[in-house]
Design a protein around this ligand. Structure first.
Ligand SMILES: O=C(O)CCC(=O)C(=O)O
Ligand SMILES: [Fe+2]
Length: 346
């Protein structure tokens, strides 16, 4: 029987400087060891109604008529709707693409989307924009804490690199819908989201109580389910926000912060990995906020003694490191995930 992942739960709503330094330290240790952190949601940093409202909109969006969604089809700018099986996150191991639909929202300017929206949710444009802003602000706070915890000089180095006032970025709010598995055609390799690591700096993930499926690959190479409500959060007004380190931040910190591989499966009782109180037989909804630094940010190793002294396994001193910008890093990853789209164009 697989054990559930042991990911630390951290409350980042502390007010005093001393508490903040302690929280920053805990956050960095969790990022180094696990690459995943639960951020307790007591409603202080992130209003519970905003999360609930966004999930309601998500249901409306995915229930909208097909033509409405097709009119917003996914584009090379990483925005829009991707249909069932369109994305294949783990092409080597999947027979068919992911059992999911997704809708990516890029930046909003003065509350207005810079991409077509399905008519069914168009009147809620300002609500989506406000939710995106809440996510962005939470990411700035986490970036500040990571900077403090890593002793980066200046401590707001990461925060500055993410400021939208400094330019555009690849940041995306993604709504996800995973329908139940059609039992008649099911195959053991069917998967809701193939094994992958995220591309950006950090990801915020919102999930709904009772909906199983997310697993992380642990250092001993086994899959461990990630409960929506880990012990100690059951009575909070909302499940914690799950934060994970993406490839870009791992690259930027020379591998010190871990970008952990994860996937979304149909766990099923026969595989023995169901978290108590969670099920995979219902439709599943989740929301991810993929935070990226401003696109022109050069990803030279960050100015922190701890990071600069760190040597990832297998890397020798003085080995040249390719410095690319945040945008170049993202393009490299998108090309690998959406081969069919890019091969049409090349
Ligand atoms: O739906 C989830 O729980 C995770 C989704 C995910 O990992 C992703 O979209 O990158
Ligand atoms: Fe992911």
């Amino acid at each position: 029987m697989a054990k559930v992942a042991k990911i630390p739960v951290i409350d980042i709503s502390a007010d005093s400087d001393q508490d903040q330094r302690q929280v920053a330290k805990e956050l960095v240790e969790a990022a180094v060891e696990h690459g995943f952190i639960y951020i307790k949601n007591t409603g202080k940093d992130f209003p519970v109604e905003a999360v609930e409202g966004a999930f309601e909109l998500s249901k409306k969006l995915f229930n909208a008529p097909l033509e409405e969604k097709q009119a917003c089809t996914y584009q090379p700018n990483n925005r829009g709707w991707s249909a069932m099986h369109y994305e294949t996150l783990d092409p080597k191991n999947q027979r068919v693409g992911d059992f999911k639909e997704a809708f990516n929202f890029g930046e909003f300017i003065n509350g207005k989307a810079q991409q077509p929206l399905p008519a069914s949710i168009a009147s809620h444009e300002s609500q989506i924009s406000a939710f995106r802003d809440l996510c962005y602000n939470m990411c700035l706070k986490i970036n500040t804490l990571l900077g403090i915890g890593l002793g980066v000089n200046p401590p707001d180095f990461f925060t500055q690199a993410h400021l939208t006032t400094r330019g555009t970025s690849g940041t995306i709010l993604r709504l996800l819908y995973y329908p139940p598995l059609p039992q008649t055609t099911a195959s053991p390799t069917d998967i809701r989201a193939g094994a992958h690591s995220d591309y950006g700096s950090i990801t915020l993930l919102f999930r709904l109580k009772g909906q199983a499926g997310l697993e992380i690959l642990t250092p001993d190479n086994t899959w461990a389910p990630v409960p929506v409500c880990p012990p100690g959060t059951e009575n909070d007004p909302a499940p914690p926000i799950l934060v994970n380190i993406g490839d870009l931040l791992s690259y930027w910190t020379n591998g010190l912060l871990r970008s952990t591989v994860h996937r979304v499966v149909f766990p099923g009782p026969e595989k023995g990995v169901v978290v108590e109180g969670e099920t995979d037989t219902e439709p599943r909804y989740s929301m991810a906020f993929f935070c990226h630094p401003v696109g022109t940010t050069p990803l030279d190793v960050v100015p922190s003694e701890r990071v600069q002294k760190f040597r990832p396994e297998g890397q020798r001193d003085g080995e040249p490191r390719k410095v690319m910008t945040a945008d170049e890093h993202l393009q490299m990853r998108l090309r690998a995930s959406y081969k069919q789209m890019y091969s049409d164009k090349e």
